[in-house]
Design a protein around this ligand. Structure first.
Ligand code: G6Q
Length: 542
C-alpha cells in the first residue's frame, strides 16, 4: 500500500497548499461575492457556514479526492455493516445500532443486534418511569429524589454533558450528581447535602472493574448503608448498575434484575446513547431520550448516504485535517454560544483525542504525519474575555468551531440577540481582521498601530441550529463522532481502541501498595518516582 504521504491526493494537496497560504480570506471573499452563501451546507437541521475557511474550490476538490482515495466510503460501509473494524480489539463498532429504529436490521456475526438494543431501552424506560413517578421507593419507603451516577471516562463524560445540555427539560424536582474522580472530594461533595434514603446510585461501568468507579461505588455503598441502618438489603433499592459484566455486578450485591446491559461493540466514549445514558433518561424522561436517539440517527443516515461534498461530518473532518496536516495547526477550539453546552468541549476532548490520538497506522507502522489535534474550548461569550486574545492576535493558527442556536431556551430581554451578535462578530473579526490602514484611519497613533492590527485570515466554521432540543444534541454529537471517523479513515488509524490509557493504570496499581505499606517498601522505580513515593510517605506521616 502506498504510504499516505505519497498518495496522489496527499501530494497534490501538498503542492497546492503554498498557493493557499498566500491567499487571504479578504481576497477570497472579494473574488466571490457569493462565497458566504455558496460555501454553506444544510443537512439534518444543521446549517454549516464553512466559507471562512482558507480554501478554494480546488482545495475542496483535493480534500474530497483524499477522502475517496482513503477508502472512506468502504470504511463507512464496513462500520454500518458490523464488520470488526476495531481490529486491535477484534470488535465491531456499532454505536450507530444504539439509535437504529425498531425494526432495523444490523448484524454482528449474522445476528441482528437491534432487537436487543430496544429491549434494553424498553427496560430503561420502564425503570425511569417508575423512579420519576415515585413508584420505585427507597429501602425506607421514601421517594427517590437524587440520582448519583458513578462512572468515569466514557461512563461519565457523556452523561454529565447530556444532563447539563438538557437540564432545561429535566425533572426539576430531582437532583442529579456525577462522581468520577477517585479523589475522595468528588464523592464527598456530590453527597454532602443528600439524604441517603432518597438517593439512587447508578454504577456505570462497562467492565465493572475500573479502579475509580469501583472505589467510589464501595464508598457509596458504605455511605448508604451507614445511613440506612446497615441492612444490606437496602442495596437493592438504592443501587442499579449499567455494565456488560453481570458476574461482577452480582458480586457487588446488585441484582441483575437491576442491571442494564450493553455490548462489547459499544466503545466507552461512544456509549452515551446506550444504557450508560440511564441518568440522562431519568433526567429528561423516555420520550425526550427517544428524541435524542432520533437526532443521532438522522445524522447517521446523513453520514451514510450523503455524497461527500454535501456531507457535514466528512467536510468538517477534512477541514480539520487540512489545518492539522498542511498548516501545522496544533489545536481546534470548540466554542458553543449556548451556556447549556458548557461541558460539550470536555466531552469532545475524549471523543476526539482518545479516538484519534494514535501514533501507528492500522498496520502498526509509525505515522509520519500528525494525527488528532488537541480539542479544547469554553462557551462564548465568556472565552472572549479570556483566551480569544491569542486566537485573534497570537502566533498560532487555531481553527474554531462556533456553535449557535437561533432560539434561546431562556428568553430574557435582548440577551439572545447580544449572544448571537457576538458569535457572528467573532467569526468576522477572525477572518477579516483589521489592517494597519484601517487602524490608522481610526486615528490611532503611529507606535500603537501594530498592537491594534488584527491580521485576520483565521479560519472558523459556524454551525447554526434552531434550538438545543434533545434531537439537536443527538445530531451534534453524531456529527463529531463521524468527523472523528472521517479523519481516522484518512490517517489509517484505529479510532476505537485506547491502549494509551493502559500503562498509567498498571503503574498506579503497582504503586498503591507501596504507598500503603506499613513498613518501608523496597522501591525499584526510577530515582524520581522512588523519591516522590518516599517524600509522600514521609509527608503523610506528618
Ligand atoms: C472510553 C474508554 C474509557 C472508559 C473508562 C471507563 O472509550 O474506554 O474512558 O469509558 O475507562 O470504563 P468502564 O466503563 O469499563 O468503567
Amino acid at each position: 500500500m502506498t504510504p499516505l504521504t505519497s498518495a496522489a491526493a496527499w501530494m497534490a494537496l501538498q503542492s497546492h497548499v503554498p498557493t493557499l497560504k498566500a491567499l487571504h480570506l479578504r481576497e477570497l471573499f472579494a473574488a466571490d461575492p457569493r462565497r458566504g452563501e455558496r460555501l454553506t451546507l444544510e443537512a439534518a437541521g444543521i446549517y454549516l457556514d464553512y466559507s471562512k475557511h482558507r480554501i478554494t474550490d480546488e482545495t475542496l476538490r483535493l480534500l474530497l479526492a483524499l477522502a475517496a482515495e482513503s477508502g472512506l466510503r468502504e470504511r463507512i460501509d464496513a462500520m454500518f455493516s458490523g464488520q470488526r473494524i476495531n481490529s486491535t480489539e477484534n470488535r465491531a463498532v456499532l454505536h450507530v445500532a444504539l439509535r437504529a429504529p425498531r425494526g432495523a436490521d444490523i448484524r454482528v456475526d449474522g445476528v441482528n443486534v437491534v432487537p436487543g438494543v430496544h429491549e434494553v431501552l424498553d427496560r430503561m424506560a420502564d425503570f425511569a418511569q417508575r423512579v420519576r413517578s415515585g413508584a420505585w421507593l427507597g429501602h425506607s419507603g421514601k421517594r427517590i429524589r437524587n440520582i448519583v451516577n458513578i462512572g468515569i471516562g466514557g461512563s461519565d463524560l457523556g452523561p454529565v454533558m447530556a444532563y447539563e445540555a438538557l437540564r432545561h427539560c429535566s425533572a426539576r424536582d430531582m437532583r442529579f450528581r456525577f462522581v468520577s474522580n477517585v479523589d475522595g472530594t468528588d464523592f464527598a461533595e456530590a453527597v454532602h447535602d443528600l439524604v441517603a434514603a432518597e438517593t439512587l446510585f447508578i454504577v456505570s461501568s462497562k467492565t465493572f472493574t475500573t479502579l475509580e468507579t469501583m472505589t467510589n461505588a464501595h464508598s457509596a455503598r458504605d455511605w448508604a448503608l451507614a445511613a440506612l441502618g446497615g441492612d444490606a438489603a437496602a442495596v437493592a433499592r438504592h443501587f442499579v448498575a449499567v455494565s456488560t459484566n453481570a458476574q461482577a455486578v452480582s458480586a457487588f450485591g446488585i441484582s441483575t434484575d437491576n442491571m442494564f446491559g450493553f455490548w462489547d461493540w459499544v466503545g466507552g466514549r461512544y456509549s452515551m446513547d446506550s444504557a450508560i445514558g440511564l441518568s440522562t433518561m431519568l433526567a429528561i424522561g423516555a420520550d425526550n431520550f427517544t428524541a435524542l436517539l432520533g437526532g443521532f440517527h438522522e445524522m447517521d443516515e446523513h453520514f451514510r448516504q450523503a455524497p461527500f461534498e454535501r456531507n457535514l461530518p466528512v467536510l468538517m473532518g477534512l477541514l480539520t485535517l487540512l489545518y492539522a496536516n498542511f498548516f501545522d495547526a496544533q489545536t481546534v477550539a470548540v466554542l458553543p454560544y449556548e451556556q447549556y453546552l458548557k461541558r460539550f468541549p470536555a466531552y469532545l476532548q475524549q471523543l476526539t483525542m482518545e479516538s484519534n490520538g494514535k501514533h501507528v497506522t492500522l498496520a502498526g507502522t509509525r505515522v509520519d504525519y500528525d494525527t488528532s489535534p488537541v480539542y479544547w474550548g469554553e462557551p462564548g461569550t465568556n472565552g472572549q474575555h479570556s483566551f480569544y486574545q491569542l486566537i485573534h492576535q497570537g502566533t498560532r493558527l487555531i481553527p474554531c468551531d462556533f456553535i449557535a442556536f437561533a432560539k434561546p431556551l431562556n428568553v430574557l430581554g435582548r440577551h439572545h440577540d447580544m449572544l448571537l451578535a457576538n458569535v457572528f462578530a467573532q467569526g468576522q473579526a477572525l477572518a477579516f481582521g483589521k489592517t494597519a490602514d484601517e487602524v490608522r484611519a481610526e486615528g490611532t497613533a503611529g507606535t500603537l498601530v501594530p498592537h491594534r492590527v488584527f491580521e485576520g485570515n483565521r479560519p472558523s466554521s459556524t454551525l447554526l441550529l434552531d434550538e438545543l432540543t434533545p434531537a439537536a444534541l443527538g445530531k451534534l454529537v453524531a456529527l463529531y463522532e463521524h468527523c472523528v471517523f472521517t479523519q481516522a479513515a484518512v490517517w489509517r488509524i484505529n479510532a476505537f481502541d485506547q491502549w494509551g490509557v493502559e500503562l498509567g493504570k498498571v503503574l498506579a496499581q503497582r504503586i498503591v501498595p507501596e504507598l500503603e505499606s506499613p513498613t518501608e517498601p523496597a522501591l525499584a522505580h526510577d530515582s524520581s518516582t522512588n523519591a516522590l513515593i518516599r517524600r509522600y510517605r514521609q509527608m503523610k506521616r506528618g
